[in-house]
Design a protein around this ligand. Structure first.
Ligand SMILES: *Cc1c(COP(=O)(O)O)cnc(C)c1O
Length: 941
């Protein structure tokens, strides 16, 4: 065809970034599901009564170049000063090898929580390294991996102390030298549980009056103290001792275990994770072996696979919310896995000597700083310190802080007359000299010879990080290959679809991710003056407005740093509303049986009674049961927690009535927003009758899952609840905006997509799910559908019949999917023995077909067993997953190696090989090992 100058090709690729199927593929899929076009499918699927009236209007979507330019302009409005504020947030140097190979590597950041251990051995090993590091540094036997931030870790420790303490006392003591945000979050957590919090001087503590106590060192003003005697006093009174400690300082200081502490908590932020305006970073908790079953959070353990080889897995899961629900040790689900991996790699990179050298250098710098100030006549406090001092400057406080800012340095305002200074790994001699200048002192950094300002009895006397993994030759080649090797053991989104229902594993686009590492976002301390964080201010305001428009709520709190934390915050908001209206006695919460485990676990944390509501046969909430229970508890009804669209993957039309009933009986409605990927642009929880919802920005709004965190769970509320948000009624996280530095990802997602793009993503997510349901029909039963036969953005397929017909469990199918190169869908939730499939809009037709082909082939393998053509025990499903080792092992099986290792779906060239065969769960829990096994065990290869 001759070229005509008017024949412009439409350039619409930008909007396709997040939309997997091409227009041609969509046409084919629509015809397969029997819909004339996408509009018709959506009309058919999303009931008219719940549709939003106005389309989203965010103006024109940006191109990637426009976005990155706009982000640069916004970022430049944040002023990066050197923050010596301390208070739990420190400058640190992220080794570039870790920044590039972990933080900026989709093989690590797009992975899911390691529930399927066979495809997660890499990150499980990295997290086991984390636990070993924490266990060593704290001197306690068992550590978890990991918690949301130091303040919530303190609150978790208080709750755990109450669970294990044999003391009858109702109060908890908190060292007044703890960081203020730790005290705030402890208070928030204590209130609904009826715990009295006593903040005071540890020397004046009455150990007989408390069930536990928390001490901190280095204290928020720098104190380094030995709490051995205080801890003995607690133990004499059957009370539990919690110590919050900076793990870097523990390379020099006597460790909590040596003081007799029962629980240690803290943050690993300064192990190479930038402060990021408050997060994300991994908090830690360690405890004595006797208390391990009471510990919150994930614990990695060592087990064996079906050939007796070492394999890692999540252990003691029966403590967790997804199994124990309101009896769980906590509501922690998404934690901070990626950041724990970074921190563990920092320790692997530096080794024990390197860490100690860093700590010594920080201490020496602080000593020189103090000596200079003392020589000039200033009074420095405390006398014994690690990295933090305060200086009494009397009426000059504001002037000194201002002069420091003129030197591009932030100091901390302490009381009315003092200034706090905390040094870190990144502090240079020039920084120390600039601090002196702020005090009017003209000195050179080398004017002082260093000495230790740590009293002898506080010196550490034990070894740590003795395991060979922390003693690699630290040439970067070896380090790079270690990180690559671990990444290659895992299956993340960079290789295959992860069709996890309710978890929304969608694209985290490169352009959205890039600003996270920019210094203007990553190096802002959470407590800087607002005029240094104007860029963040613009982002927070615009993102909140967009989320309000998307959800139909009136305001957002960005404080909660996970979905579960959002639930806790939202329920506290409701509780505060009831209390302020004189209805504080309301404490009953209706929760459908199909709810996510975090829902009942969060309700329990605010002291509420969980009343479960039945589902009707079609999967909907049983309206009669709901009404009857609301009526029965009318006087005490605090509210309900429902998920929309339901966890059964259906848009229930009755949702408006459920909300109405709750309101009629004086309750408030919490709508769990984890399934928002089925709603954005089509329906708004605020319009349905919701009073508060959390959004999982790491599901719907493109923040990566990081192998189990980070996440963000901001809550939206209706106007009447705004005065009761955590900002006003009590902090739920350490930092005011949770994990602030990952908010640019969600903001970028909205800006790149525009309102129309976001709505299209929702529509395609629904199309993809309906296409898969259609293709699997006949081979598998789709458990729940809406009245027109459609599913929402996910569907549940029933695998229970195969238990009877072939002795095949849902787990066998999940493991066989690994051979096909897939991560299994969500297993046995919300219905035991089923798989919940959520493809998201990101996957194209080819990938959906690959998965469906794999599932259909698995169905045929089951049929072979059903028809007696293959042995019920010796078959590809029972032996799944197959490793490369299986190719060279003796083979006595009634199926070929080829059938075993290369079933439909698996790639021939780019085959994913799991590094282990099926992992033995029971063995791991019975023989619990939560630290790196001895090196001899590594020689199996
Ligand atoms: C993921 C999820 C949660 C919990 O969110 P986290 O961020 O993992 O704490 C709560 N409810 C539902 C329905 C979910 O899918």
């Amino acid at each position: 065809m001759p070229f005509k100058p008017t024949d412009y090709l439409p350039y619409d690729f930008a909007n396709r970034r997040h939309i997997g199927p091409s227009p041609e593929e969509m046409a084919e899929m629509l015809s397969e599901v029997g819909a004339s076009d996408l509009d018709a499918l959506i009309e058919d699927t999303v009931p008219e009564s719940i549709r939003q009236k106005e389309p989203l209007d965010f103006g024109r979507p940006m191109s990637e170049r426009e976005l990155l330019h706009y982000m640069r302009v916004t970022a430049s409005k944040n002023k990066v000063l050197t923050s010596l504020i301390g208070q739990g947030y420190h400058g640190t140097v992220t080794p570039p090898a870790i920044q590039r190979n972990i933080l900026e590597n989709p093989a690590w950041y797009t992975a899911y929580t390691p529930y399927q251990p066979e495809i997660s051995q890499g990150r499980l090993e990295a997290l086991l390294n984390f636990q070993t590091m924490i266990s060593d540094l704290t001197g306690l036997e068992v550590a978890n991996a990991s918690l949301l931030d130091e303040a919530t870790a303190c609150a978790e420790a208080m709750a755990m102390a109450q669970r294990v303490s044999k003391s009858k006392a109702k109060a908890f003591f908190v060292d007044r030298d703890s960081h203020p945000q730790n005290i705030d979050v402890i208070r928030t957590r204590a209130k609904p549980l009826g715990i009295e919090v006593i903040v005071g001087n540890p020397d004046k503590m009455d150990a007989s009056a408390v069930f536990g106590a928390l001490f901190q060192y280095p204290g928020t003003y720098g104190h380094v103290r030995d709490f051995t005697d205080h801890i003995s006093a607690l133990h004499e009174n059957k009370a539990i001792a919690v110590v919050s400690a900076d793990p870097l300082s523990l390379t020099l200081l006597k460790e909590p275990g040596a003081m007799g502490a029962d629980i240690a908590v803290g943050t690993t932020q300064r192990f190479g994770v930038p402060v990021g305006y408050g997060g994300p970073h991994a908090a830690y908790m360690a405890t004595k072996d006797a208390y391990k079953r009471n510990m919150p959070g994930r614990i990695i353990g060592v087990s064996i696979d079906s050939h007796g080889n070492r394999a890692y897995r999540l252990s003691l899961q029966t403590r967790e919310q997804h199994i124990r629900r309101e009896k769980a040790t906590s509501n922690v689900c998404t934690a901070q896995a990626l950041l724990a991996v970074m921190a563990s790699m920092y320790a692997v990179f530096h080794g024990p000597k390197g860490l100690k050298a860093i700590a010594q250098r920080i201490h020496r710098k602080t000593v020189r700083l103090a000596k200079g100030l003392e020589a000039a006549g200033f009074k420095v406090d405390p006398q014994a310190f690690f990295d933090t001092i305060t200086v009494d400057v009397g009426p000059l406080q504001a002037a000194v802080i201002k002069s420091a800012v003129d030197e591009q340095i932030n100091l901390r305002k302490v009381g009315e007359t003092r200034v706090g200074i905390t040094l870190d790994e990144a502090t240079r001699p020039a920084t120390v000299e600039a601090v002196w200048r702020a005090f009017g002192i003209d000195l050179k950094d080398d004017d002082f010879t260093p000495e230790y300002r740590v009293p002898d009895q506080m010196h550490r006397r034990t070894e740590y990080l003795t395991h060979p993994i922390f003693h690699m030759n630290r040439a970067e080649t070896e380090m790079m290959r270690y990180m690559r090797r671990l990444a290659d053991r895992d299956l993340a989104l960079d290789r295959a679809m992860i069709p996890l229902g309710s978890c929304t594993m969608k694209l985290n686009s490169a352009a959205e991710m890039m600003p996270v590492s920019w210094r203007e976002f990553s190096l802002i301390h959470p407590f800087v003056p607002v005029d240094q964080a104007e860029g963040y201010g613009i982002l927070l305001k615009d993102l909140s407005e967009k989320l309000c428009q998307i959800t139909g709520y009136d305001d957002f709190s960005m404080m909660p740093n996970s979905g579960a934390q959002g639930e806790f915050a939202g329920l506290l908001t409701i509780a505060d509303y009831h209390t302020k209206r004189g209805e504080g006695h309301r404490n009953v919460c209706l929760i459908p049986m199909s709810a996510h485990g975090t829902n009942p676990a969060s309700a329990q944390m605010v002291g509420w009674k969980v009343v479960p509501v039945q589902s009707a046969d079609n999967g909907d909430i049983d309206l009669d049961d709901f009404r009857a229970k609301a009526e029965k508890h009318a006087n005490e009804l605090a509210g309900c927690m429902i998920t929309y669209p339901s966890t059964h993957g259906v848009f229930e039309e009755t949702v408006i009535e459920v909300c109405q009933i709750t309101h009629d009986f004086g309750g408030q409605v919490y709508i769990d927003g984890a399934n928002m990927n089925a709603m954005v642009g089509l329906s708004r929880p605020g319009d349905l009758g919701g009073d508060v919802s959390h959004l999982n920005l790491h599901k719907t709004f493109a923040i990566p899952h990081g192998g189990g965190g980070p996440g963000m769970g901001p809550i939206g509320v209706k106007a009447h609840l705004v005065p009761h948000l955590p900002e006003k009624s009590g902090a739920v996280s350490a930092a005011p905006y949770g994990s602030g530095s990952i908010l640019p990802i969600s903001w970028a997602y909205c800006l790149l997509m525009g309102g129309e793009g976001l709505t299209q993503a929702t529509r395609v997510a629904i199309l993809n799910a309906n296409y898969m349901a259609k293709r699997l029909e006949g081979a598998f039963e789709v458990l729940y559908r809406g009245p027109t036969g459609r599913v929402a953005h996910e569907c549940i397929i029933d695998t229970r019949p195969f238990a009877d017909s072939a002795g095949i469990t849902v787990e066998d199918i999940a493991k066989r999917l690994i051979d096909c190169g897939f991560h299994a869908p969500t297993m046995s939730w919300p219905v035991a023995g089923t798989l919940m499939i959520e493809p998201t809009e990101s996957e194209n037709k080819a990938e959906l077909d690959r998965f469906c082909d794999a599932m259909l082939a698995i169905r045929e393998e089951i049929r072979e067993i059903e028809e007696g053509r293959i042995d019920a025990e010796n078959n590809p499903l029972k032996h799944a997953p197959h490793t490369m080792e299986d190719l060279v092992r003796d083979w006595d099986r009634p199926y070929s190696r080829e059938q075993g290792c290369f079933p439909p779906g698996s790639f021939r060239v780019d085959k994913y090989w799991p590094p282990v065969n099926r992992v033995d769960n029971v063995f791991g829990d019975r023989n619990l090992i939560c630290t790196c096994p001895p090196m001899e065990d590594y020689d199996d290869a």
